[in-house]
Design a protein. Structure first.
Length: 306
């Protein structure tokens, strides 16, 4: 039986995987932005192979998702369920098309369909080098852009969050408790979670805060912190980036959580008032709007160069 295949022009496809963005988040995001400006199809590769591959989806909003072969070949277990949930959440929001790789048997086809794939590649489709419909030969064979989060020129998460939510004023003592609560929620959000924090200065990321974040990093796909005086690189499981003293982030305190089923940003701006450390005053915004959280995450990650 002849099946129509997915029409892909290699010159108009931009491919991203989790290894490239973890190695250099800033360059990866810039490359995706350039590709989108050229109307290219953004493709996520090897999705499901590692938790970080699923955490990448909301950041780049790929139009096309290629599942790793091991995802298709895996039996129905807890990891398969996590992948299915994450893909369902993302495709419901964006309409992205899923292609299953390594479809070599009818069992693989069944697994691929259960994960939401509509196309596949593998030995089950001999003679076809392009993704082939898994079940319905009338499936649409042209991919269109699914990107929805607006581009922002702001480099300040607080400006982004404040443009969509009510600004309140609080002392640092309350913000510490609020941040800790968001961290707790992040720890329960699953392995595919991304956690980002900006701490103004390296001296603010020590003691209990450092202990909490190192513990959380063991359960996260990606954990990143930045501030003036911080080193560039990875210490244990936490990625860190230094801030230029003139960077607007040096006046902000941000905690960003981005997961398939949960997202939140706490963004606070230092008012440089208050005598004792815990009495320092900040304007702050809390948002659970996914578009807002994604934009805040992107602008923070632009500080993380390889």
């Amino acid at each position: 039986m002849h099946h129509r295949t997915l029409a892909l022009d290699d010159d108009l496809v931009h491919v991203v995987d989790d290894r490239s963005w973890i190695a250099n988040p800033s360059e990866t995001l810039h490359a995706v932005e350039r590709a989108r400006s050229r109307q290219m199809i953004i493709t996520a590769r090897d999705v499901g192979s590692r938790p970080a591959s699923l955490s990448l989806l909301p950041l780049i909003e790929p139009d096309l998702i290629f599942l790793a072969s091991e995802s298709t070949g895996r039996t129905s277990d807890a990891q398969t369920a996590r992948i299915a949930h994450a893909l369902a959440a993302h495709t419901e929001r964006t309409g992205a098309v899923i292609v299953a790789c390594g479809v070599d048997s009818e069992q693989h086809r069944t697994t691929a369909l259960s994960l939401g794939a509509t196309f596949g590649t593998g030995a089950l489709f001999p003679g076809s080098e392009s993704p082939t419909p898994l079940r319905d030969s009338s499936a649409r064979t042209h991919i269109s852009s699914t990107w929805s989060t607006p581009t922002t020129l702001s480099t300040s998460p607080f400006q982004i969050a404040a443009s969509t939510g009510a600004v309140k004023t609080s002392r640092k003592s309350l913000l510490i408790e609020m941040s800790t609560h968001i961290e707790w929620q992040a720890g329960s959000a699953g392995q595919e979670t991304m956690l980002l924090g900006t701490f103004q200065h390296a001296r603010h990321f020590g003691g209990r805060a450092s202990e909490r974040w190192n513990s959380l990093a063991e359960r996260m796909a990606y954990t990143g912190v930045c501030g003036t005086g911080m080193p560039a690189g990875v210490d244990s499981l936490i990625h860190s980036a230094p801030l230029d003293p003139e960077d607007p982030l040096t006046t902000e305190w941000n905690v960003v959580v981005l997961a398939p089923h949960f997202c939140c940003v706490l963004s606070a701006k230092d008012l440089f008032r208050g005598s004792a450390e815990n009495n320092r005053e900040f304007d702050y915004v809390v948002s659970h709007d996914r578009s807002t959280v994604v934009r805040c995450a992107r602008t923070i990650l632009h500080r993380f160069a390889g």
